[in-house]
Design a binder for this molecule. Sequence first.
Ligand SMILES: [Zn+2]
Length: 327
Amino acid sequence: MAIIEFTKKGIYCPEGGFYIDPVSPVSHAVITHGHSDHARKGHKKYLCAKKSLQILKHRLGSIQISGVEYAKNITHNGVKISFHPAGHIFGSAQVRIESKGEIAVISGDYKLQNDGISTPFEPISCHHFVTECTFGLPIFRWQPQSEIKKEILKWYNTNLSNGITSILSAYSLGKAQRLINLLSDEIENMYIHYTIADLNEVIRKSGGKLPQLPVINPDNPEELEGALLIMPSMAAEANWVKKLKNKDTAFASGWMQVRGIRRRRNYGRGFVISDHVDWPDLNKAVYATGASKIYPVHGYTDVVSQWFRENNLECPDIQRTPLTREE
Ligand SMILES: [Zn+2]
């Protein structure tokens, strides 16, 4: 019996009788992190890394869930399960499963860059490694976080000196906290959308350190003049934002490396900052596991499979579940 199988419902461990990040309802779901394309409603029982527990409850409501500390083993139907830092967002984890001496690691979403908020990624030795490849093309290469910080500060300071409000769109879970952590020491007049403030509170309860920042009040646009506003992209399209005079918009995402995407979405600026591995780090991560069987999922799976096959690693043909990405 294989240690993992790729099924319509997601990645399945037949011996343990559980799924990892399943896409349709199952009895036992092991969840890597709180993004909605990995953590879905409708499962009977949930298991996650302890640091993710409050986030999952916040997003999924009343669910039956238990959290396990990073690196602590639990056994389910004779299969050992443990969670290890994935460095993607606060609480994110790789899932390691072991049965009869065979080890598989399902990395969920991950990155190797230390963002200052997530527990940094740890490579885990295994035989089977499931890797995401959201940005699995050689063109994707990230700058150090410190460089992006300089770019954002330059943009903001130029806007400030011209009395322009800087609106920075970012995913509310993950990217927003990373930006807050990166910029809050440098920028005094920084405001956040209430959905981000709610998540920050949940992360604080889970042991994360984030500063208290004022929440954007759309009824008082005068106080936002020249400020930096961090908000999800949907919120940035609200009518009150459209009515704001003297504003400049930007989006912070790995996709901003693709110029056409930025133009189509009408952002004045794009900052290339991602919570996923770039091409060099994807390679580094795969080789660090020592795995002989690699299973690319989510993204440029064909390119990545071909690349590793050419480099003498095995990429078995698998059924992949279509995903809509949250990031
Ligand atoms: Zn994610």
